[in-house]
Write a protein that binds this ligand. Structure first.
Ligand SMILES: Nc1ncnc2c1ncn2[C@@H]1O[C@H](COP(=O)(O)OP(=O)(O)OP(=O)(O)O)[C@@H](O)[C@H]1O
Length: 521
C-alpha cells in the first residue's frame, strides 16, 4: 500500500480508571472513506479528539502522509490539514453564512473574498448555499452544509465526520455521500466516518474499523462484511434489529379522529402485516397496545407555538403513537413544548404523569456537573429522605447502581460527574431516569439518536414493554424505520401542522411521502 494519508499507531488514553483507548492502530489511505464504529463508550470520539489536538494522548504516534506529527492543539491540527464536521453544530445563528465560514480565521476579514470562497466551494462540490443567508433561517440540513463548506474551504487532507446524517433527510444524506465520494475519488483526500447507522456504513465506506472497549476489535474491507457482522463485532452478540423478526402489527387502541386534516381514524383492532415493501427487515412491529384505562394518557388540543400548530393529538394508555416528519417540520418544537421548554401561544396539553426523553439530552436532560446518581434520581429524590429529613445517600447510591446495571450504563462509578460519560451513556442516564419514574405517558423525542445498535434494540424493547405495561408513548422521530418498528399509529407533521394520520399497516412510503409534502394521502 502506498503511504497512508493518516496513520495512528498504539494510541492509548486513560481517564482515571477508564481506559478510553488502548493501543489503537488505525490506517486510512488517501482516496478512501473509512468507517469507524463501536458501541457507546468504545472510544471513537476520544481517538478523534486526540487527532484534532483536543485531548492529549498518553502513548502512541500520529503520522500524516508518512510524516510523524505532534498535534498539541486544534490550530496545529487545522494547519496540518485535519478537518472535522462535529455532530453538534458550532455555528453562530445570528450571523450570515459567510461570516460563519470565516469565523476563526486570523488576520483581516475580506468580505468579498470570503463570499467568493463560499461560492467556489459550494459550486465545486455541488453544495449550493446563499453566502448572505442568516444561519438562524436555515434548515438543519443547510446548516450542516455550511459546516461542511467551512471545513472544505480549508481543503483538508483528512476529513472526519461524527454522525453527520443524524439531522439530514434521506436525500440530503445521499447528497452528502456524493460530496464525500468526490472528495476522495477526484481529490485523493481521506475521510473518517463515524456512524451508528450500519446501512450507511456499508453503503458509503471502503473499509471499516470496529472499536470495542478502547481496542480495535475488527477490521475489514466493507465489501467483505455485512451490517449483521459489524453489529456482532461491535456489541459482542447478535442484534435482532438487523437479522429480521416476525412482522405483526396489532393496534388495539381506540382513538378519535385527531385533527382537522386527519385522513383516517383508527377504530378498533386492525391486524395485518407491516407492508414489507416500505421498510427493511429492521421494522418488524410487535406492538400489542391495548388501552388499560379508559380516557387518554395524553391529549393535545389546538396546541399552537412558534413553528407548530394548531395540533390536536391523543395518545391512549398502552399505545405507541409516532409523530413522524422530516427534520425542521415542527417535531422539535412539539417536543420542546411538551418538555416545558417552549411556551405555547394557545391550546391545551393534558397529561398524567409525564416522562420526557428530550431530543437535546445533553442540554436539557442532564445537569453535567452533577453525579450519575444525582442525575438518575433527581425526579425521585424526595423518596430518599430519612426520618430526620436528611437524604439517605447510601440508599440513593444503591438505587443508582441498580439502574446503572439494568440500563448498562458504562461509568467508573455512580459518583462520576455525568459530563465524563460518553455521549451514548449520557443518554442512557436520561432514559433510565425517565423510564424508572413510572410515567403514565412517555414522550420520547428521537430516543435512539446517538445510541449504538445494541442500545437501540434495548430501547425499542423498553418502549414496547412500557406500552405493554399501559404507558402511553408518544414517539417523535425523523426515522421512518423507527416509527414503523414501534408505533401502531403514525401522525405526520409537515411545516408544523398535522397533515394526516395512518395506522402502521396502512402506511406506505408513497402515502407517507404525500403527507410529508403536505398533501392528503
Ligand atoms: N473527559 C473525560 N473524562 C473522563 N472520562 C472520559 C472523558 N472523555 C471520555 N471518557 C470516557 O472514555 C470512554 C470512551 O468515550 P468516548 O466518548 O470516546 O466513546 P464513543 O465511542 O465516542 O461513544 P459514543 O458512541 O457514546 O459517543 C467512555 O467510558 C467515557 O466515559
Amino acid at each position: 500500500m502506498s503511504v497512508p494519508a493518516l496513520e495512528l499507531s498504539g494510541i492509548s488514553k486513560r481517564f482515571g480508571p477508564v481506559v478510553a483507548c488502548d493501543g489503537v492502530d488505525l490506517t486510512v489511505a488517501a482516496g478512501e472513506i473509512h468507517g469507524l464504529l463501536g458501541e457507546n463508550g468504545a472510544g471513537k470520539s476520544t481517538l478523534m479528539r486526540i487527532l484534532l489536538g483536543l485531548v492529549r494522548k498518553d502513548a502512541g504516534t500520529v503520522a500524516l502522509g508518512g510524516e510523524p506529527v505532534a498535534i498539541d492543539d486544534p490550530q496545529t491540527a487545522a494547519r496540518l490539514g485535519l478537518g472535522m464536521v462535529h455532530q453538534h453544530f458550532s455555528l453562530i445563528e445570528p450571523l450570515t453564512v459567510w461570516e460563519n465560514v470565516v469565523l476563526g480565521d486570523t488576520g483581516r476579514v475580506d468580505r468579498r473574498r470570503a463570499r467568493a470562497d463560499v461560492e467556489r466551494v459550494a459550486s465545486g462540490y455541488g453544495l449550493p448555499v446563499d453566502p448572505d443567508a442568516r444561519v438562524a433561517d436555515l434548515s438543519p440540513g443547510l446548516r450542516q452544509r455550511v459546516e461542511l463548506v467551512k471545513c472544505l474551504r480549508r481543503d483538508p487532507s483528512v476529513l472526519i465526520l461524527d454522525e453527520p446524517t443524524s439531522v439530514l433527510t434521506q436525500a440530503e444524506s445521499a447528497e452528502l455521500f456524493a460530496v464525500l465520494r468526490t472528495l476522495v475519488r477526484t481529490r485523493g483526500r481521506a475521510v473518517v466516518l463515524i456512524s451508528h447507522k450500519l446501512g450507511e456504513i456499508t453503503d458509503a465506506t471502503d473499509r471499516v474499523t470496529v472499536l470495542r472497549r478502547g481496542r480495535v476489535r475488527f477490521r475489514a474491507a466493507t465489501a467483505a462484511t455485512s451490517p449483521a457482522e459489524l453489529a456482532r463485532e461491535m456489541v459482542g452478540r447478535d442484534v435482532s434489529l438487523l437479522t429480521g423478526a416476525t412482522t405483526r402489527a396489532t393496534t388495539g387502541a381506540t382513538t378519535e379522529a385527531s385533527t382537522e386534516a386527519t385522513t383516517e381514524a383508527t377504530t378498533g383492532p386492525t391486524t395485518g402485516p407491516t407492508p414489507a415493501s416500505t421498510v427493511g427487515p429492521a421494522t418488524a412491529s410487535l406492538i400489542e397496545s391495548r388501552p388499560r384505562n379508559p380516557g387518554q394518557a395524553l391529549r393535545l388540543r389546538g396546541l399552537t407555538a412558534p413553528g407548530i400548530g394548531p395540533v390536536d393529538l391523543d395518545v391512549a394508555p398502552g399505545e405507541i403513537v409516532g409523530v413522524y416528519g422530516v427534520e425542521g417540520n415542527g417535531q422539535s418544537e412539539l417536543g420542546r413544548v411538551l418538555a416545558g421548554l417552549l411556551t405555547p401561544d394557545r391550546g391545551t396539553v393534558e397529561a398524567r404523569g409525564l416522562g420526557m426523553i428530550p431530543e437535546d439530552r445533553h442540554h436539557c436532560g442532564l445537569v453535567p456537573d452533577l453525579s450519575v446518581t444525582d442525575n438518575l434520581l433527581m425526579k425521585s429524590v424526595g423518596t430518599f429522605s430519612n426520618r430526620l429529613g436528611l437524604l439517605d445517600r447510601r440508599a440513593m447510591r444503591r438505587r443508582a447502581q441498580r439502574l446503572i446495571d439494568e440500563f448498562g450504563i458504562v461509568t467508573p462509578s455512580p459518583d462520576t460527574p455525568v459530563r465524563r460519560l460518553s455521549g451514548g451513556n449520557q443518554q442512557r442516564v436520561v432514559l433510565a431516569r425517565e423510564l424508572s419514574s413510572q410515567p403514565e405517558v412517555l414522550v420520547a423525542a428521537r430516543p435512539t439518536h446517538g445510541l449504538d445498535v445494541g442500545a437501540t434494540e434495548e430501547m425499542y424493547e423498553r418502549l414496547r414493554r412500557a406500552a405493554r405495561d399501559g404507558v402511553g408513548v408518544l414517539l417523535v422521530s425523523t426515522e421512518l424505520e423507527e416509527v414503523m418498528a414501534l408505533a401502531s399509529r403514525i401522525v405526520v407533521l409537515s411545516r408544523g401542522r398535522v397533515t394526516g394520520e395512518l395506522t402502521t399497516a396502512e402506511a406506505t412510503t408513497e402515502r407517507l411521502g404525500l403527507l410529508l409534502g403536505g398533501l392528503a394521502a
